[in-house]
Design a protein around this ligand. Structure first.
Ligand code: NAP
Length: 289
């Protein structure tokens, strides 16, 4: 890792609360090292009440940009001058670019979802899909599916059904998408819906380290050959959900590809440079292991 700086070292960062477990400092600092760039990326634990001061400080100190994570992804919007189309439609921001004090918000999770699903684009079009979860990550998944993949019915399943209903209304109002069906996360009906879907995406945090043993539903026949199953969780790299899907013959996609792809887009927005994605993917894989 970098341990020397110059008078011109470019500073990037992350605002979140908490941020201890983020992999972003590792990803961006390794990238700077591999590309021999004079930049550093620092994490800042900023509680909600301090966000406006942190943003002012970053502008004053000349940060070129920064990432935003929970709980600031929505509240940061009112501190910015404008939003990209994706950020405006998804309703949240994970990347800010500071162009001489003009702050623009982007949502690069959308790029992460897009890159992860791109190899299966032709298979997904017109067929029913299932998205589990109705939080911030689900918004990026729904936007990407609606905008770029044109599936059939989107089954939106969540523990708290009302949150799923809110998202359904949101995407109807914002994108005029009429074909989202919501339901509560409750077996065995969930498995039935899943088994009739071409693509299944887990956007919940269930299965994430340190609760890697937790499961969305008990082991039961839900997946089959010909399905594509994507879990946004990246630690562990292969969740119980993916193991179950793989065991029943489905093609699986882990959250690591999305993690690196969303970071690559942020990096490009800040520096105009391409991240060496395969090298970073391998580095983070070793780091997690
Ligand atoms: N790979 C990547 O690059 C990437 C990017 C973004 C996010 N993620 C991952 O995606 C996950 C969700 O992030 P987020 O920002 O969407 O979080 P969030 O806004 O807090 O939403 C969390 C979602 O998980 C559900 N959930 C939480 N605990 C649950 C449980 N025990 N049983 C059933 N459902 C449960 C919540 O349901 P309720 O509505 O009922 O609470 C909600 O739908 C996290 O693990 C995050 O690390 C990965």
């Amino acid at each position: 890792m970098r341990n020397t700086f110059s008078n011109e070292t470019q500073i990037l960062g992350l605002l979140g609360h908490p941020i201890k477990h983020s992999y972003s400092p590792f990803i961006f600092n390794i990238t700077a090292q591999l590309l021999n760039l004079d930049l550093t990326y620092l994490p800042f634990d900023v509680p909600p009440a301090e966000l406006k001061y942190a943003v002012k400080g970053m502008v004053t100190l000349g940060f070129k940009g920064w990432n935003v994570t929970i709980p600031h992804k929505e509240t940061i919007k009112r501190r910015l001058n404008s939003l990209s189309e994706e950020a405006a439609l998804v309703g949240s921001v994970n990347t800010v670019v500071n162009d001489m004090g003009n702050l623009v918000g982007y949502n690069t999770d959308v790029n992460g979802v897009y890159e992860s699903l791109l190899p299966y684009k032709d298979e997904i079009g017109g067929l029913d899909v299932t998205v589990i979860g109705a939080g911030g990550a689900a918004r990026a998944v729904l936007y990407t599916l609606i905008k770029h993949f044109r599936p059939g019915t989107i089954n939106l399943i969540n523990r708290t059904e009302q949150r799923a209903d809110t998202l359904k209304d949101y995407f109807y109002n914002k994108m005029r998408y009429p074909d989202i069906k919501t339901q509560i996360l409750f077996p065995p009906r969930v498995q039935e819906v899943i088994s009739n879907s071409k693509l299944i995406v887990n956007t919940t945090s269930v299965g994430m380290y340190p609760d890697s043993g937790s499961q969305l539903f008990p082991e039961a026949k839900a997946f089959n050959r010909g399905q594509v199953v994507f879990d946004l969780v990246y630690n562990p790299v292969e969740t119980n959900f993916l193991k179950m899907a793989k065991g029943e013959g489905a093609v699986t996609i882990n959250g690591l590809r999305m993690l690196v792809a969303q970071a690559a887009k942020s990096f490009e927005l800040w520096t105009g440079q391409e991240m060496p994605v395969p090298a970073i993917h391998d580095a983070i894989l070793n780091y997690i292991k």
